[in-house]
Design a protein. Sequence first.
Length: 199
Amino acid sequence: MTTHDPLRTLKNEHGAIAAVLHGLQHLAHLLRKPGVKPDLKVFHAMLYYIDQFPERQHHPKEDTWLFAKLVERAPQTAGAIAQLKREHAECPARVRELEAALARYETEGASGAGTFADAVDRYADFHWQHMRREETEILPLARQHLTTADLADIERAFEGHEDPLAGLREKDFDALFARIVSLAPAPIGLNEPWRRAPR
């Protein structure tokens, strides 16, 4: 086993993505309450995170390294992995749907809140089901079939992973995650709870 287990790294990244999705879903549903005055910066930070981190860092690591090596070692996984890769390919369009729904809320106010919350629910449900399949089907098979040398190769690839399109390193995502926590109202983050707008 490698010193830093790449399968554990991917599962930990799922945890960070899930935390942002949970927060996004909770805050989007708050918008349905009459008179709530949100700080929209937290929504923009969350959407930026889920666009940049899963799409530009996390999914490429899975596709290029884990999935490719697992199909090589366990060809029977090819069908399941092909489906997961198709879902990865769908994600950018799903994020654009979220961005469009947030823009509608910013333009229309309360009448757009339901549309945005519904879009967030669809995205969160899709992503949670996707990550659940990876964790219950693919990661156990990787643990079973990949050799210590395979895991070491994957870990080295992860350490050197830089996506030139993102222009951000892992530490930048840590800083962005910290910013989300600082912007989000309690109980999701550290900021003051959102108050109702004065009448």
